[in-house]
Design a protein around this ligand. Sequence first.
Ligand code: XIL
Length: 479
Amino acid sequence: MPGRRLWIVMLAVASTLALVPSVAQAATTLGAAAGQSGRYFGAAVAAFRLGDPQYSTILDREFSMVTPENEMKWDATEPSRNNFTFGSADQIVSHARSHGQRMRGHTLVWHSQLPGWVSGIGDANTLHSVMNNHINGVMSHYRGQIFAWDVVNEAFADGSGGGLRSSIWTQRFGFTTGWIEEAFRTARAADPAAKLCYNDYNIEDWTAAKTQGVFRMVQDFRSRGVPIDCVGFQSHFGSGGAPSNFQTTLSNFAGLGVDVQLTELDIAQAPPTSYTNTVQACVNVPRCAGITTWGVRDSDSWRSGENPLLFSGGNPKPAYGAVLSVLNAAGGGGDGSPVQVGVLYQLVAQHSGKLADINGGSTAPGAQLIQWSANGGLNQQFDFLDSGGGFFRIRARSSGLVLQVASSSSGADITQQPDSNAASQQWRVVDQGGGFVSLINRQSGLAMDVWSASTADGAHISQFTVTGNANQRFQLQRA
Ligand code: XIL
């Protein structure tokens, strides 16, 4: 029956096309809107609120990154010496994993929310080993699962001095940045896949002495190869929002070769214009990787009575719409595409949280694309080359070779091959919302797919009939 066969073909084509949104379509959630330009939009999350359906509905619909508000701090994770407790932090991590959200780790070395047994240590040598043991204990528990760690939080003093604050750390180790350097070196070894951030508040104004002090430290660290990847600007603002030179601050830090992130954003009374200007400062800086608000609803905020967040009860506030339109206007590759050429990405499979990976780090043509746990390898990083017409080649950083499907059949392998710009090497990046995309091969019309939705290291990534399932959805995470 030839008529019936034609009908099936038409159905298959129609179901593929239905996944391709029109170019001008605006994203309708914060995570999806930020995802168009490779950024994330996150929230601080409290474990005890996860059971509140109004809270978790907003969280899971809108946010693509999660920071535990208190659950990864020292008093929660090592309440007595070498006794590590991860119950409530694990709850947040597993919630995030099952909703395709990435994690920021907050925070390892801080003077606040520090248990008494640590602040009571009088001897510098003991404190060095206690600090390193804490970093190792917490980071190894979450190894491979954290996008970025706030390794050191709030080490600098307010005011005109531009130096470190007085705390247990400086009182025992001195007013130089050696102990901060030590914390970052320990952290790199503990989880090589995590980005390592310095995080602080009141460093958004470029002219502030505190900002200059942090800048000099990051400049020094970068020049000496101390492993630091990012600077977090907490961004707790009064009703006027960010200082007018915030973008200058962000781009000057980015010029040191680090990513910048807005890590704890909240603005008193949440005026839409203040949110617009603040988010615009990030969007204007290519290395501004994402934004996190410090809570979901006003009722969740640590700044009680100031109503500084984007939701009130179950509803978005006026500032929400303002933020969404700034993120949507930032767009993607300039043509409505969710990828940017010239940016290195990791491709995170939604169902497993694992990364697309060239098997064994091979540089030879024919090596297979698989999924593997994040390990910081260059064979887990890819950039996109524009083939025109909305199609891209996907190039492995480790080899310079591009991903190609072996044939047009469902189930065919994906391997790396020399770039010939053949149709079998071209992929359409289809926005699936929530910060996820699917990748559709030009020649076959089939989707990149983790075989059998396996969550195991080593599972093949091949092409398969388009289903739109989570094993065909990938988050493009800036490497
Ligand atoms: C705050 C939390 O929001 C509160 O629940 C807690 O009682 C105190 O800490 N800078 C930071 C965050 O880095 O960890 C702080 O979070 C807010 C200021």
